[in-house]
Design a protein around this ligand. Structure first.
Ligand code: ATP
Ligand code: MG
Ligand code: MG
Ligand code: MG
Length: 350
């Protein structure tokens, strides 16, 4: 009999819409000729308010490609799962950002005792939190940009802490610097600061997204990414590059058609590509990732330096996303990739 795949998408994050598009592509791949004989799709949609929706509703969301309004309500409550949840043999969570990519959902699926695609609780949480991630990378000897970490409480304190912090950031990192909430994705809440007043605005904005904030020295570099696939013996894909005309790879550039171009393979020297692949595998292991991850780098062409920027344990998975495209260029077609990820989930439970 067919293996029933619970495709879990949507979710309570700023990347809800991206998740719907990723799920559409995976649903299509599951209905491909070879996969359809092995797998049966059970789509489950998590609304923006966190409410889980049954397959009929989830299917309608996949077809329309649009989020479901949280008002129209014939739904069960937050923690009343649709009955079809009990029919799932293996989960394929494809939620990006908080409450999906950060270990919270992985904890729930672990408790359910049903295998799932991707990293477990630790790998997801460490991969998502940029402060924990950088600590793990540092421990693994991976080169990174200089950075400082702050808390919301420090930023919002009305004492004299804040002016001192501003001075310290300027002295340690200088301008431009990048201010980021620790636990987000798709560049949400990230700002580039070139002056003290931009820094203050950016810190205040980032603090509204997260309790933990990171400030990094800005580098002028090419942006290259590598896909990783596997569990204990993972493989690295060929390396891709992103080019764009905006100031940095912000949300608008990421999701406006035609604003960013993917170059696959990246036009970089082969020894640099090999170094990036090796660093990707080391980053994957450093955070205890499993199944899949996309690792993002800065390549400083002038000096030949490669700095790791971050890891994404549930990267964008639309037909146009970097992760599946890197594997396609490395010889694994989209439907095959989905099949391999499900098999890797099962392997981890043996
Ligand atoms: P993703 O959607 O890949 O999860 P994210 O929200 O986790 O992204 P980052 O990858 O950390 O965010 O940063 C987003 C973008 O901001 C980068 O792709 C790059 O263009 C720019 N950027 C971030 N940090 C720096 C830096 N230290 N120096 C220069 N540019 C940076
Ligand atoms: Mg990220
Ligand atoms: Mg991300
Ligand atoms: Mg990134």
């Amino acid at each position: 009999s067919k293996l029933r795949v619970g495709l879990l998408f949507g979710g309570r994050s700023g990347e809800h819409e991206v998740s719907i598009n990723s799920a559409k592509a995976i649903a299509k791949a599951l209905s491909s000729e070879t996969n359809a004989t092995k797998y049966q799709l059970i789509p489950i949609y998590i609304r923006k308010d966190g409410c889980w929706q049954a397959p009929e509703i989830a299917q309608a969301v996949l077809e329309s490609g649009k989020p479901l309004s949280t008002e129209s309500d014939d739904s069960v409550g937050l923690w009343q799962f649709p009955p079809s949840v009990n029919e799932v043999d293996v989960w394929f969570p494809i939620l990006h950002g908080p409450n999906g990519e950060d270990g919270t959902l992985q904890g729930l699926l672990t408790l359910m005792q049903v295998p799932y695609v991707g990293s477990g609780v630790l790998g997801s949480a460490v991969g998502m939190d940029k402060i924990a991630m950088k600590t793990a990378f540092k421990q693994a000897g991976l080169p990174q940009v200089p950075y400082m970490t702050l808390t919301r409480a420090q930023i919002w304190s009305n004492s004299c802490v804040f002016p001192k912090l501003g001075d310290e950031i300027e002295q340690t990192l200088g301008y431009p610097c990048f201010v980021k909430p620790a636990n987000l994705g798709s560049s949400v809440g990230i700002a580039k600061a070139r002056t003290r007043s931009e820094l203050e605005t950016a810190l205040d904005a980032a603090a509204s997204y997260d309790r933990r904030i990171i400030v990094e020295a800005g580098v002028s570099a090419r942006e290259v990414e590598c896909a990783v696939l596997g569990n204990d013996n993972p493989k690295a894909s060929i390396v891709g590059e992103i080019t764009f005309n905006s100031d940095f790879y912000d949300y608008e550039t990421k999701y406006t058609d035609g604003r960013a171009q993917l170059l696959i393979p990246a036009p970089i020297p082969p020894q640099i590509a090999a170094q990036i692949q090796e660093m990707s595998l080391s980053a994957f292991a450093a955070v205890d990732a499993a199944g899949l991850a996309r690792v993002d780098f800065f390549y400083v062409e002038k000096t030949g330096e490669v700095l790791i920027n971050e890891i994404n344990t549930l990267p964008g998975f639309t037909a146009f996303s970097m992760y599946p495209q890197l594997w396609e260029a490395s010889g694994i077609q989209f439907p095959q990739l989905v099949d391999q990820l499900i098999q890797l989930a099962l392997e981890r439970c043996q």
